[in-house]
Write a protein that binds this ligand. Structure first.
Ligand code: ATP
Length: 330
């Protein structure tokens, strides 16, 4: 039995790594892909995880497969394509340290996963199904994702969703919005950034935006991540906020994935049913997840930066929730 199974992209992130003798930027090969990051973080915390996705049968694909295996993520669901190369992304940092991505995916193996290649038995043997929207940007992986998440929902798995909007991967932003909304129909746990919330709801007001999502999609737990400010959350008609921890952040890659892993870890560990959650439970879960996210910013990269349970507890004991549930009806 797997605690968490995730379907989606695993790819190479080429990240800037200094300058060459000729003063040109040099890039370093790093494993990337949000679903794979979430699983690696959970596996480091001792949870049983499995990945479903497609890579090229090239050096990059074999590298990614072995990174997952070395991080104790089951790779039975990884498909190797002979026709299509592994997807590559280059990460660019501007003067403020903000990241942008250029993807080399015309096509990339991740988007060529088709529904016949998915082993539904693996999903049936799992407790939580996690997915995002990058696998829904193109066919055939869009249909494959929807088939897998529909199967997971019908079979009673808890569904975790991170839209993880990458504007450059969509040809048409109206299409992006409608597909992201299709994903929302399945989600029990939603992790979303402020920018994504605004993209979907048209408002920067966290209360209003999350209320719109709750009323329209009945999402049980909505977590809006706020970078160093922590996280705003909604449980039904109640909302709250946990501030972030003060840490020396050097690279925020994968912080959102680490945060989400912290939430899923708590759900599994405490055997929580979302329908029975209290606001105190959510405060405590979010505070824990903030610690996981904060620690992930203190090292370079995503997978190598995922913290151990000891590191999390050390930071988490400096508990920091500033507001408890504020009912919108009050
Ligand atoms: P992505 O990884 O896709 O960019 P995201 O935008 O959701 O995801 P953030 O909001 O940047 O990610 O971070 C997720 C969580 O990690 C935050 O909610 C917070 O708990 C923690 N975090 C991120 N950056 C910092 C920071 N500089 N200091 C402390 N905690 C941080």
């Amino acid at each position: 039995m797997y605690d968490v199974i995730a379907l989606g992209e695993v790819l190479i992130d080429f990240t800037p790594a200094g300058k060459s003798e000729n003063r040109e930027v040099q890039f370093e090969q790093n494993p990337g892909g949000a679903p794979a990051n979430v699983l690696s973080a959970l596996a480091k915390l001792g949870k049983k995880t499995a990945f479903i996705g497609k890579v090229g049968s090239d050096q990059f694909g074999h590298f990614l497969n072995s990174v997952l295996q070395n991080n104790n993520v089951n790779t039975k669901g990884v498909v190797f394509s002979k026709e299509t190369n592994t997807t590559l992304a280059f990460v660019h940092l501007d003067d403020q340290g903000d990241r942008s991505f250029s993807f080399y995916r015309n096509p990339g193996a991740d988007m060529m996963l088709n529904e016949r290649e998915i082993d539904l038995k693996m999903i049936d043997h799992s407790r939580i199904f996690h997915f995002g929207s990058i696998s829904m940007t193109q066919e055939p992986s869009a249909s494959a994702t929807l088939k897998a998440v529909s199967f997971a929902k019908e079979n009673g798995l808890l569904i975790s969703y991170d839209p993880n909007l990458r504007l450059s991967l969509w040809e048409d932003l109206n299409h992006a919005k409608s597909i992201i909304e299709v994903g929302l129909k399945f989600a029990d746990v939603l992790k979303i950034s402020e920018e994504e919330l605004e993209f979907i709801t048209g408002t920067i007001d966290l209360n209003m935006g999350s209320e719109y999502i709750y009323e329209r999609f009945h999402t049980k737990l909505i977590l809006v991540t706020l970078g160093s400010d922590g996280c705003f959350y909604r449980l039904g008609f109640n909302v709250g906020k946990c501030s972030g921890y003060e840490v020396e952040a050097i690279d925020t890659t994968g912080a959102g994935d680490a945060f989400l892993a912290g939430i899923l870890y708590q759900i599994i560990e405490k055997d929580y049913l979302l329908s029975d959650l209290s606001l105190d439970d959510v405060n405590q879960m979010v505070s824990f997840a903030n610690a996981v996210g904060a620690l992930a910013t203190m090292k370079k990269g995503a997978i190598p930066a995922m913290p151990s349970i000891e590191e999390i507890h050390e930071l988490y004991n400096k508990t920091n929730c500033v507001k408890k549930g504020i009912s919108l009806n009050e």
